[in-house]
Design a protein. Structure first.
Length: 299
């Protein structure tokens, strides 16, 4: 190595040692900077600014990346908690639904004197106007038969129409093939209730409703309609609905439209009447005197 090359290396090394010392001295000087310090600051300030910008940019990018990683982890945890809470809410709502349905079923069973069998509605085919056409219950061939009456807490629902396997279809009161013996309590008029078969409502009709020859016996909108108990099917006194309008009045008979009290779209549980209710005891209100046993009196 030549003397010139060694001298150049020593000069370069001195510059690399002295330059940082001078920059550090200029930046740490508290008093008024001298001419040398001002010259050094003017030269090194742009370089320092560039280095600072690069370092801060890299540090900020890294910080944002780390923060985004943490936020993504928190988001995953929040989404998992949200899904878990949704499942719990749905389960709680289902349990509340089942409890309310069972309470209605228990109250209905207490009010019905006939032998009944509880059933759950599992399907409800609908018309294009979003009206229920029939109900499907979870009782089958071993438990129910065609023609058995079906009631809910609000009133009569219909009759068993088809039975297969473990399920059965219920023909609604609003079906044109349905027929129920009914009574107007206010007037005493009796008739047969059949469905109008409309796709947009559950309306029914009573045709040939005979009335007595007195003004108050005329059927009017709002009159209650109940089951008469005739035909040994539905128990007497079950609320069918109310008269909506009088379709025709020919003097002796009236034809009226009835709005049923049962909305099939809201029926969740039903009771199937396995046997007709026992007739009322005609002598239940007659008080009898106690008679001696075996026809004799004690001495």
């Amino acid at each position: 190595m030549t003397l010139r090359r060694r001298l150049l290396d020593w000069i370069l090394a001195a510059i690399l040692i002295i330059a940082p010392a001078l920059v550090l001295r200029a930046n740490l000087r508290n008093g008024e900077p001298g001419s040398l310090d001002e010259a050094i600051l003017r030269v090194t300030s742009p370089l320092q600014a560039a280095v600072t910008w690069i370092v801060e940019g890299i540090g900020g990018t890294w910080g944002r990346y780390v923060a985004l990683v943490d936020v993504e982890a928190e988001n995953r945890e929040l989404r998992a908690d949200n899904d878990r809470l949704r499942v719990q809410l749905a389960d709680t709502a289902r349990r509340a639904f089942d409890v309310e349905a069972l309470e209605d079923l228990a109250q209905l069973r207490r009010q019905t004197r006939a032998d009944t069998l509880g059933a759950r509605v599992i399907a409800a085919p609908m018309s294009p106007q979003f009206r229920v056409l029939r109900l499907r219950i979870d009782r089958g061939e071993r438990e129910v038969q065609v023609g058995m009456p079906v009631i809910s807490f609000q009133g009569p629902v219909g009759r068993i129409q088809n039975v297969w396997g473990e399920y059965a279809d219920v023909m609604l009161v609003s079906d044109p093939q349905s027929s129920i013996e009914v009574l107007i309590p206010r007037t005493g008029g009796r008739g047969i209730l059949t469905g109008l078969g409309r796709g947009d409502s559950y309306a029914c009709k009573i045709e040939w409703l005979e009335r007595a020859n007195r003004p108050e016996a005329k059927i009017e909108p709002g009159d209650a309609v109940v089951t008469s108990g005739l035909g040994a099917t539905f128990p007497p006194g079950l609320a069918i609905g109310k008269v909506r309008q009088v379709l025709r009045d020919d003097g002796m008979f009236q034809h009226v439209e009835v709005e049923p009290s049962v909305n099939p779209g809201q029926v969740r549980v039903v009771e199937v009447l396995l046997a007709p209710p026992p007739p009322p005891d005609p002598e239940s209100s007659v008080r009898r005197k106690n008679e001696p046993a075996f026809g004799g009196r004690p001495l």
